[in-house]
Structures are given as structure tokens and as C-alpha cells.
Ligand binder design. Sequence first.
Ligand code: DAH
Length: 339
Amino acid sequence: MFDYKQPLKEIEIIKTLEQLEDFFQKYLGKQGTLTLAFKEMAALSPEEKKEAGKVLSEAKAILTESYDIKVQELSIGQINEALQKDLVDSSLEKSSYTIGHRSLLAEVRREAEDVCKSMGFIIEYGTDAVTKFENFESVNIPLTHPATEMQDTIYLKETDPRGEPLILRTQTSAMQNFMIKKYGVPLKAVVPGKVYRYENMDATHDTMFYQLEGIVVDKGITIAHAKHMIEKLLSAILKKDVETRMRPAYFPFVEPGFEIDARYEITDPKTGEKTMSKWMEVLWAGMIHPKVLETAGVDPKEYSGFAFGMWLSRLAAVRYGIKDIRYFTNGDLRFAKSF
Ligand code: DAH
């Protein structure tokens, strides 16, 4: 005969409405054992029916009541739980972590990109790993040239899909050939990105730093265009009137080439006194060498152009008056939080 003690034990430990539904189906549902027990009564004698009817009705009353109570209990529990999750305790103390902000380098890079975009430049990032052809030969630096030594190169074990050994680009100029081939001429494009060199680190040199390469190719481009555009770019990025000076310089991929220095000043925030004032080299530029254009499939008799490379880490140092470019990447939170 049906005994309700076992189901009563079961219902006691039920924790969820899903389990409770299973319980209901097991005993009280259409195929439930209690429901079936009622059906089986048809085969009993009138005497037995009377007896069984009493036991089963009592069991049904007890289990149905326990079931109803449990439904209440669990539903209320669920509602409370949901309310609890939604609760905002305004008396709690502010959480101890703070939301960070972009690093100064990222800030300067993004702003430089915006300035360049507004001046009609295409932005490309290229790749950090490049072939020796891209990094050196395509910009007129033969592999035997001392410049390949000067920018002590970091070599990778990996090769490109054609099996060419890869290096970490030592200069964003490595993307010039790629850009000309990809977009054709006339072209106005910039490549902001990281470059890597095996350097002796000091306040103005790091093994990884950010450059922004610019390249302009069209018919009739002269050094006057270069000078004008570079001055416009620099003052927009530095957001202050900085004094600049141009010096002649040699780079194998430009002719003539020049370097641009910016006045680098540090002021004591307390006294307002200038504690440092010197020239810092922040940009290199020049008229693109005919060989570079030829290597990229452009006729130098028809087209000319200029290229420039900005040293973004140094520009950020000039803009924010920071003494040592290693602060940008050394992860010191005292530095990061002071901006
Ligand atoms: N790629 C050179 C370097 O990293 C910088 C440079 C010089 C870039 C002259 C240029 C340029 O585009 O015209 O040392």
C-alpha cells in the first residue's frame, strides 16, 4: 500500500522549483505513483476499497498540502534572491579599484592619427614583423650597409609564408614600399606603430618605441610642401607653440634629408621655473630617394614625394614635459596616475 512517509522525506530536502516539479510528476501527476494507486483500486473488493481509499486520500491530502507549502516557500525564496541581486547598498564604501585611462603614448598616437586623418592621410598599421627586404633593401639600405648595424636588429625564428626570415621592424619606413604598392600613387599615408631596436636604454632611448611614418607621393611635390606640412602636423600634435629647427641629415632613403628638433622644456610645477631647456630630435624627413620609388614600381621622373618619421615617444615627452621616455612603458602606477 502507498506510504507517504518516503515522499515527505523527499520533499523536505527539495531546493528548487524544478526539483519540486519532478516531485509532483513522480507522485501527484497523471502518471504519478499515487494517482496510479487510486486507479488500481478498481480491482479491489468493496471492503479493501474502503480501506485503501482512506489511506490514499490521507496520503493525497498530506502530499498536496506539503507540495503547496513548498511551492510558496521556494517562490518566495526565488523572488528574494532576485531582489537581493538587484539591491544597491548606497551605504557601502566606494570600491577600491579605479578605472584607468589610456597611456600617454596611446593618447598622443591617437591624436596624431586624428590630425593626420583630418589632413587627408590614409592610416595603416602594417606589421611589426617584416622581412629584411622591407626593412632595409626596399628603402635603399643594402644589407651590407652600416645602417643595418646602427639600428641593431632583433631577429625572429619565424619566417614569412615564402620562407623569408623575419625581423622586428627597426623603423616604420619599412612600410613605405608596402604602402606604395598597396595604394598606388598619388599617395598620402601614415603608419603609426611600434619599432624595435637592440639599444642601450637611457632617458631618450628604449628598445621599443613608437614612430609614425608619413609618405606623400604626387606629381610636383617639393621640399616646400614637406616643410609646411611637417610644421602644421607638429604644432597640431604638440598642442602648443613649440620652437623647431631643421638640420640637414643623411638617411639612405631620402635625398636631401633633414632632422627636426623641438624645444624640450621642463618647468617645475611648484615654482614655475624652467629646470631644463634643450633641443630634442623628434622628427626626420626628406625627399624620397628615386630608388625607393623605382623599387616600388613608380617612375621617379614623373612622381616625387617626401617622407617623414616622427618619434612619438619623444613627442609625448616634449608635450607633457617628461624627463625620461622609459616612464611610458615601465608600468609605474605613480607615473600613470599623475596624468
Ligand atoms: N626611419 C628612420 C629611423 O628610424 C627615420 C626616418 C628618417 C624616416 C627620414 C623618414 C625619413 O621617413 O624621411 O631612423
